[in-house]
Design a protein around this ligand. Structure first.
Ligand code: ZN
Length: 270
């Protein structure tokens, strides 16, 4: 019964809130990593984006006015993470807050020793446990094209949201059946320790050194690399890459490699 009701609601939203073609194509054109996907997947992504935008409010703060294009660009990147999962992963929040620039959040937290910490410096983005995602629009706009930015703010923050569904952000989201916590933490911890050592030695890394901050940041930065530069992730930490494939139920590196191979192949004689 609930299944039918949900299906009916979904159909109704998809019919009533469709995204105009011109707006959709304009948003996709700012996100070159979408080249990974075939036409059928892009159609599914578009339906997911419609449902996401129906369920969430994307609101401006401090005078920022969110345009329809900005809403779609943010929603597409949030939905890429759950293209093969389920919108229910984002059930624990309703709002995405968009700032006109970097922002200083007002929160404080108390650590285990009872010391109260305050976030001092400005942030480009923040994901709050069971709460909203906050984004600085100029940083979203600058990070859609991986080749120029080497980062993707929206994927990063929504990866934290997935992680937080398992409790505190610690690099371990709830795992699908067949993927054990032990396997996940063993590979993530090993890759994290290796990466951190490289950063501490001052070595150049293709992966953003910010990933060495904590296992949670490592997970989120690698989620960006997984979608936007998957061959790099697979080359650097293949064992962990394979677990991301199981988790996200996508294999972007195989896609990119297959496409590169077919581009190199000699033209068929006919
Ligand atoms: Zn982060």
């Amino acid at each position: 019964m609930f299944g039918l009701l949900r299906k009916w609601r979904r159909e109704r939203v998809l019919k009533g809130a469709a995204i105009p073609d011109a707006l959709w194509h304009e948003a996709c054109a700012t996100l070159p990593f979408l080249d990974l996907y075939d036409a059928g997947e892009i159609d599914r992504l578009r339906a997911l984006v419609v449902l996401f935008l129906d369920a969430k409010a994307i609101v401006g703060a401090r005078g920022h006015e969110v345009t329809p294009l900005q809403r779609v660009i943010i929603a597409i990147q949030a939905c890429v993470l759950i293209l093969e999962l389920d919108l229910a992963w984002y059930d624990d929040f309703e709002n995405v807050i968009v700032y006109p620039d970097e922002f200083v959040p007002g929160w404080e937290y108390e650590d285990e020793a009872g010391v109260v910490h305050r976030q001092e410096g400005p942030l480009a983005g923040e994901a709050m446990p069971h709460g909203p995602v906050a984004l600085s629009w100029p940083d979203v706009a600058a990070s859609g094209d991986w080749d120029t930015a080497g980062m993707n703010l929206v994927i990063h923050e929504f990866a934290h949201k997935l992680d937080m569904r398992g409790g505190d952000a610690n690099g371990c989201p709830p795992l699908p059946p067949g993927l054990s916590l032990r396997t996940w933490t063993t590979r993530l911890d090993a890759a994290y320790a290796h990466f951190r050592a490289r950063v501490q030695l001052g070595r150049h890394t293709h992966i953003d050194p910010y990933a060495a901050e904590s296992p949670a940041e490592f997970f989120a930065v690698l989620a960006e690399v997984f979608f936007a530069d998957p061959l790099c992730f697979r080359r650097e930490y293949r064992g962990l890459y394979e677990l991301y494939v199981q988790f996200f139920r996508q294999d972007p590196a195989a896609r990119v490699a297959a496409r590169a191979g077919s581009e190199r192949a000699p033209p068929a004689r006919g």
